[in-house]
Write a new protein. Structure first.
Length: 380
C-alpha cells in the first residue's frame, strides 16, 4: 500500500476510534457510581444491562442452582441488591459462571468493571496477533466491540478474543491456540466451529488441547452446578427469545419482534442457516484457493448468524470477522467494495438506533448477513 493510502487509512481509523470512544464515554455518563441510570429510561436498566442478568444468574448458581435461570428470581435478586427496575432473563452458560467464580465476591459495579477491562485488554491482545501495534491500538478503539459490550454486557469480547487467538496461533503455537480454543467451551457454537477448523486444517495438537481444556471446563462446571444447569440454560434462552424478542439481533428475533409468528421466524432462521452452510461449503471444500483469514472471518460471522439467540454483545464476533477480512485485505489487496463494508462494520453503532427504529432491523444483523458474502468474494 502506498504511503498516501496508508496515511488516509490511519486517519480514518483514528477518526472512527475517536468517535467510538466519545460515544462510549457519553454512554457511561448516563450511569451513577452504583451502575444505575441517572435518568429514568426504558432503554437503560443498569450499566452493562445484559451483564447484570448474568451476574444474578452466576450468584444464584452458587447458592441456588435450581432457580438460577428463572427470570423472576433473577429480577427479584437484582431489585433487592441494586434497586433496579428492569426485567432480566439471563441464560449464560454454566461454564461462563465457572470461569467467573473469582469475580463473584465483588459487588456488581466492581464485577462489571473488572470483567469489561480484562475483556477489552484480551481483545486488544488478539488484534495485536493480527496487526502491528499502532494499527491494533486504533482498531481496538474503532471497532464497535467494546461499545457493544459496555452498553449491553455479555462475554462477546472474550469470545471474539479467544476465537482470534485460537485460529491465528494454531499453526505456530498449537498448544496456546488449543488453550484459547478450549476456553470457547463457554460459547458452544463458536467452540464447535473452532474445533472444526482445527480438524479441517489437520492441526492435531491444537485440536487435542482445545478438546481437553474445553472438556475439563464442561465437566467441572457440571460438577459444580449440576449437569441439569446446561438444559436449564438452553430452556431459558428460548424462553427469553419468546418473551423479549426485540432484545436479540438474530433473524428469528427480528421477525418475532416485528410480530411474525414463531413458524415464520423459525423458517427464516432455517433459511439463514442454509445460506451460511452453502457459503461455508464453498469456502472450505469447493474453492481451490483457500485463505485461512477469510475462512476465520466466515466462522466468526457464521456463529452470530446461526444462533437464534444472538444478542447485541455478540457483535464483538462481527468485529473479529471484520478484523480478519482487513488482515486479508492488507496481505492480498483490497477489492472495490471493501471500503464501504469496513466503514459500515466499524461505524454502524452511530446510526444503528435510527436505522433500527425506521427499518426494524439492527445494523448488526445486516452486517452479519453481509460478512459471509464478503468472505465468498475474497475467496476467489
Amino acid at each position: 500500500m502506498s504511503t498516501e493510502k496508508r496515511f488516509f487509512q490511519l486517519v480514518l481509523l483514528f477518526l472512527i476510534g475517536a468517535m467510538t470512544v466519545y460515544t462510549l464515554l457519553l454512554r457511561s455518563a448516563m450511569y451513577n457510581e452504583d451502575g444505575l441510570p441517572r435518568l429514568e429510561s426504558s432503554a437503560l436498566r443498569v450499566i452493562g444491562e445484559d451483564a447484570a442478568g448474568d451476574f444474578a444468574a452466576f450468584r444464584l448458581l452458587e447458592s441456588s442452582p435450581a432457580d438460577a435461570y428463572d427470570s423472576a428470581v433473577q429480577t427479584a435478586y437484582l431489585r433487592n441488591k441494586m434497586q433496579s427496575r428492569g426485567t432480566f432473563a439471563a441464560f449464560a452458560s454454566p461454564v461462563k459462571a465457572f470461569i467467573a467464580v473469582p469475580f463473584m465476591p465483588l459487588p456488581y459495579i466492581g464485577y462489571f468493571d473488572t470483567v469489561f477491562f480484562w475483556g477489552f485488554f484480551l481483545f486488544g491482545v488478539a488484534l495485536y496477533a493480527l496487526f502491528p501495534l499502532r494499527i491494533s491500538v486504533l482498531l481496538l478503539a474503532a471497532l464497535p466491540a467494546a461499545f457493544l459490550n459496555f452498553a449491553f454486557g455479555g462475554f462477546g469480547l472474550y469470545v471474539a478474543a479467544c476465537a482470534v487467538l485460537s485460529l491465528m496461533l494454531a499453526e505456530n503455537c498449537p498448544k496456546r491456540a488449543g488453550f484459547f480454543g478450549g476456553l470457547l467451551a463457554a460459547e458452544p457454537l463458536m467452540f464447535a466451529l473452532v474445533l472444526f477448523a482445527f480438524a479441517f486444517r489437520k492441526q492435531k495438537k491444537a485440536l487435542m488441547t482445545a478438546a481437553l481444556v474445553g472438556g475439563f471446563l464442561l465437566i467441572a462446571a457440571g460438577m459444580r452446578y449440576g449437569f441439569a444447569a446446561y438444559g436449564a440454560a438452553v430452556s431459558a434462552a428460548f424462553q427469553a427469545l419468546k418473551a423479549a424478542p426485540c432484545r436479540f439481533v438474530s433473524p428469528a428475533g427480528i421477525l418475532l419482534c416485528g410480530g411474525a409468528s414463531p413458524f415464520v421466524a423459525i423458517l427464516f432462521q432455517t433459511v439463514c442457516v442454509l445460506y451460511v452452510f452453502s457459503i461455508g461449503y464453498k469456502l472450505f471444500f469447493k474453492y481451490r484457493f483457500k485463505s485461512e483469514a477469510v475462512q476465520n472471518a466466515f466462522l466468526c460471522a457464521a456463529s452470530v448468524l446461526l444462533t437464534p439467540v444472538a444478542a447485541a454483545g455478540d457483535g464483538a464476533l462481527l468485529s473479529a470477522a471484520g478484523a480478519f477480512l482487513l488482515y486479508d485485505s492488507e496481505r492480498r489487496g483490497y477489492l472495490k467494495a471493501d471500503l464501504p463494508l469496513f466503514v459500515l462494520a466499524f461505524g454502524a453503532i452511530f446510526f444503528d438506533g435510527v436505522w433500527a427504529a425506521k427499518i426494524g432491523v439492527s445494523m448488526q444483523t445486516v452486517i452479519a448477513v453481509l460478512l459471509p458474502l464478503a468472505c465468498r468474494r475474497r475467496a476467489y
